[in-house]
Design a protein around this ligand. Sequence first.
Ligand SMILES: Nc1ncnc2c1ncn2[C@@H]1O[C@H](COP(=O)(O)OP(=O)(O)OP(=O)(O)O)[C@@H](O)[C@H]1O
Ligand SMILES: [Mg+2]
Length: 618
Amino acid sequence: MTAPTTTAPTDEEDRPAPPHSGGDPFDRDSLPAPPRATAALLRSLLAPLRARVALATVLLLLQQAAVQTGPLLVAYAIDRAVPAFRRDDHGPLIAVAVAYVLSAAAAGALQSGFILASARVNQDVLLDLRGRIFRHAQALSIDFHERYTSGRLISRSTTDVESLRELLSEGLQELVTVILSFVYISAVLLWLDLGLGAVAVLSFVPLYLLIRLYQHRAGRIFSRRSTAIAAVIVKFAETMNGIRPVRAFRREAVNDADFHVLNHRHERINGDSMLEMARYVVGSRLVANLAVAGIVLWGAHRVASGTLALGVLAAAVLYLRRLYDPIDRLGMFLNSYQSAAASLEKVAGLLAQVPSVPEPADPRALPALASRHPGREVVFDDVRFAYRTGGEVLPSFSLTLPAGRTVAVVGSTGAGKSTLAKLLARFYDPTSGRVLLDGVDLRELSVRELRRGVVMVTQEAFLFSGTVAENIAIGRPDATREDIERAARAIGAHDFISALPDGYDTDVRKRGGRISAGQRQLVAFARALLADPAVLILDEATSSLDVPGERAVQRAMHTVLRGRTAVVIAHRLSTVEIADRVLVMEHGRIVEDGTPAELVAGTGRFADLHRAWRDSLA
Ligand SMILES: Nc1ncnc2c1ncn2[C@@H]1O[C@H](COP(=O)(O)OP(=O)(O)OP(=O)(O)O)[C@@H](O)[C@H]1O
Ligand SMILES: [Mg+2]
């Protein structure tokens, strides 16, 4: 049989998203998990909950024992209590009725106990897992995030965690119940009547084969399905994150078409899984009903010939119904088991990633600062660097920035200026060589010390949700309102902030959408100033400001940068004038180095740039 709804080739469906190709594991939806990582993850999630898991298991065992006495009592009623009743002996029938009610009540009580105990386990596992995904993803290095999209991370912590939830809250309990009832019922049937018991047990051979077949086929479909839904989420997140360029370039139609393809691919795979399920249900019902019919025929024959009590046959049929009833749904439980296994494997693969910029096990401290603002010396010692994707950006780079000086870095687009800055902020580690801060390799510094020592302000000037004051205070969480205002005043941001609807308490909303790009830069500046780092990196940090705004910041910078080591990267040469020294960078190398006056007076690249800039002003 072939799936009638499937038209696209399957290998196309196995790909995460249309534009990807190649052998990089990041191009696939999931990163490979090391062997046994999934099982280890599950164990580590359950380990702290051992006592509760044991309690839930015991409750379930007892509950099953109570539930499965029902048909046995019916058999007793038919074969013993009713004949006794006919002889006017009411005792046995009353005893059966009481026992029936008691076992049902006990089963109910045990069941609710089990639900409570297992719900706590489930909640704790999911809580733990979501927390781990978040913490781990946040701790991973920048280069990880550049390749593993945020949409996929969202998919890990939503759909994948959700599929584990489904397994824990429904699937697992049902699965264990089916297995337990199989054991109980087989044992009781064999005890009641060896022949009937044997037929029931044998009927499980074809059922087992059916289940295995189903599992095999459905497992592959589930893995594809979770990849497909991740691709849908990735597309969604990417589009909405980039809604402005989407609008500006009228990408809506293209996006709609792409989304349509991804959405339908997911739907088709879902259809495939339903089809597998339907086949399984038909097969399992057939086996189950044939077994019941066989037992009824054979049992009736034996009852007529007097070798089997009627009550035992009735109990056998009741038991078999109970046994086969959940078999249909067993497919569904296995579904949730398999999709949870596929999801958990993806999560395990993510959690197995190690930061490429690891925190040192045994961090070194920076030497104490001699005065309040001496800055720190920065040395690039024969640094080579290449991004994971792409050629070498810095080929053998050496540079010393003396403490407390302001250095401007200029150069054409793509020269490697931001790369230099990011290495100094340790977003990446050099491929070889060292970056030293006051003689200490950045790799030996604790993240805490590094972030306190080096702060970078970039063009993006990202604002977090919260108020303006909170955004500035990120630089120093214990800052008072006076400190915050002082920083804002120093940078010339106070006036615009005061003019906002709620002043410093204005909520910046999503990505600072209510605040202009230049204002965002001012807030980011104030944040960096408040953080009071020894080394301040400004990468195009004033690029969005208007000329008066930039002038104001420049005036402020004389005080802000005094006594700090500052690296100012800028295209606008006006920004460069405050520097003690200018570096001109091309193709990952310093091609000119001197004071602004020296370079302007010379005949090099900077002099050309400066002349062109002067002319443009005139
Ligand atoms: N995350 C990245 N992954 C791969 N390559 C990158 C990455 N970031 C930058 N590059 C490459 O490294 C080179 C240097 O980029 P860099 O951002 O350092 O330039 P820049 O001097 O800051 O340029 P601009 O003036 O445009 O900001 C460029 O060729 C760029 O394509
Ligand atoms: Mg740059």
